[in-house]
Ligand binder design. Sequence first.
Ligand code: SF4
Length: 258
Amino acid sequence: MSPTTATPAATPTVENAQQPSVEFLAELAEHSARLESATPDEIVAWGAERFGNGLTMATAFGPEGCLILSILAQVSPETYVFNLDTGYQFQATLDLRDRIAERYGIEVEMLKPELSVPEYEALHGGALYKSNPNQCCFDRKIRVLHRGLAGRTAWMSGIRRDQSADRAQAAIVGWDKKFNLVKISPLANSTKKDVWTRIVKENVPYNPMHDQGYPSIGCWPCTQAVMDGETDERAGRWSGTGKTECGLHSVEQQGSGI
Ligand code: SF4
């Protein structure tokens, strides 16, 4: 598949936070429909060509993020990629950042919240993840995400439609009205099997905790190994609380056929 040669509509930026024009939303919907049959590599290449250095990605070093990093190494290694370094990540996740850098030469920037974990817990009289995980995610992920996205026009995510009911409606390309920029999900229509087949075949570095019963890995206080028979890949995240997302990828896109 070759990228379109049509003249793109003007891209709104995070700074001006303007509503996208009807023409721009139509362009996104058109590309999203066209890219449904594209490979992840073609989708990433299209995003890099269309948005240039306006494109970024936030990664928690899940298998999908690692696979996209391996693709970026081929098609756009200069793309800015960052991690929301909450202070509560597993050591295996932090180590993976270095393994990716060694393998692909891509240095993922670790963006930290304003307050360290001891400062934050002292401010709140203890660990907020126990009493108010939504506030903790907002302070230690969402606020930091806004910083990482500042000045960008598009971001990529590793979400797949088959990951959870909440993600089943994700578009390949759409307008993310929560963060006021374009969201590209190159793996939206890939399956878990597709991702892992490629990781194994191409020897992409991944978190060894996936081999120890953790299908989805976030912060250590909010991640558990899942029981045999649990089918929702994100069942081990905020287990027993009813919370399923930290707020980054709740589907609130518009103009993308949703
Ligand atoms: S996942 Fe848990 S520890 Fe991490 S930011 Fe959210 S509530 Fe806090």
